[in-house]
Design a binder for this molecule. Structure first.
Ligand code: ACO
Length: 282
């Protein structure tokens, strides 16, 4: 990482002179990150979020999703790229199965009898994922080993997936009697199409790296020992692009699937007017 403090440590949000706060939220402190099973490093324009419970294959709890949401709310304004990665042998084994029996930490599991309360509860957890689509940042999932259930959905919530050749994706929720509800169904359908999405979810089968690359789940596929280097190269390339153009283009591209051709043409004109004013305006 490029920037470091005078003592040589990478700069983290909690190290920042402004106390780690940015418009919209207070950065989670070290204790909150630890409880969430997360690590956060911010080095200039790049934030790296590491799922950091390798002894549990980075299984995620409610605290993890709340921690991700808090990171999203408090990200310094000058961060342009966010990398999500997993410590140890896997990206993430999904939800901490102990939570179903109340052993996984972060409070008990809802039985859904209070529909409105459950709706609010899940919406709060989904906030851990939705910020990854903000146009101000480009998000990169660096996936190795297993990406199961909530872990697969986290990779799907990112803009770009860089995948090691040992990666294995599995949408396990239907096999457990549940649906994927951490924002993954929309990007999955948009990436692989409805038929393939149905087949993957309703069989809960494992997709290996080679197939993931073939069906569009991975933009970049590399040998396991090349993952960090490939992510670094991608980040360097992303940062080389004009920041304002990157924000406007991400907004444009993510808006495209929901727009008619006329609406998208209008959106292109609108964004370009903004760019022209910034690039050529006096
Ligand atoms: N929740 C809690 N603990 C987990 C989880 C999990 N999701 N996944 C792994 N662990 C724990 C194991 O219990 C084990 O603990 P132990 O050392 O105390 O026995 C440790 O992590 C290592 O797991 P292993 O199974 O020994 O590791 P291995 O590399 O052989 O297998 C794998 C990894 C394939 C991920 C396997 O652990 C697994 O299938 N986990 C469950 C995956 C799952 O069903 N997730 C839920 C998806 S649905 C959703 O996310 C909403």
């Amino acid at each position: 990482m490029a920037d470091a403090n005078t003592d040589g440590r990478p700069e983290t949000v909690t190290d920042r002179a402004d106390g780690g706060t940015a418009p919209g939220g207070t950065a989670p402190d070290g204790a909150a990150l630890k409880e969430a099973g997360l690590r956060l490093e911010v080095a200039g324009a790049v934030a790296t979020v590491t799922l950091d419970r390798p002894e549990r294959r980075n299984a995620m709890t409610f605290a993890t999703w709340r921690g991700l949401a808090a990171i999203g709310r408090s990200l310094p304004a000058d961060v342009r790229v966010v990398v999500l990665r997993g410590a140890g042998p896997s990206f993430s084994a999904g939800i901490d199965l102990g939570m179903f029996s109340g052993e996984g930490g972060g409070g008990g599991f809802t039985d859904g009898s209070d529909a409105a309360g459950t709706d609010r509860f899940i919406a709060e957890l989904q906030e851990g994922y939705t910020w990854l689509r903000r146009p101000e940042i480009v998000t990169v999932a660096a996936v190795h080993g297993h990406a199961i259930g909530a872990g697969f959905q986290l990779a799907l919530a990112c803009d770009i997936r860089v995948v090691a050749d040992d990666a294995r994706f599995c949408m396990k929720e239907p096999a457990l009697g549940l649906v994927p509800d951490l924002t993954g169904t929309k990007p999955l359908v948009e990436i692989v199409g409805i038929g393939r999405a149905l087949e993957l979810c309703l069989t809960a089968r494992t997709v290996h790296a080679e197939e993931a690359a073939r069906i569009g789940l991975a933009e970049i596929s590399v040998p396991r020992d090349g993952l960090d280097g490939a992510v670094q190269d991608l980040v360097t390339a992303l940062l080389a692009v004009n920041p304002g153009a990157a924000v406007a283009t991400k907004r444009l591209l993510w808006g495209a699937p929901g727009n008619s051709l006329d609406e998208q043409c209008a959106a292109e004109r609108r964004e370009q007017i903004g760019r022209l004013r910034e690039v050529f305006g006096r």
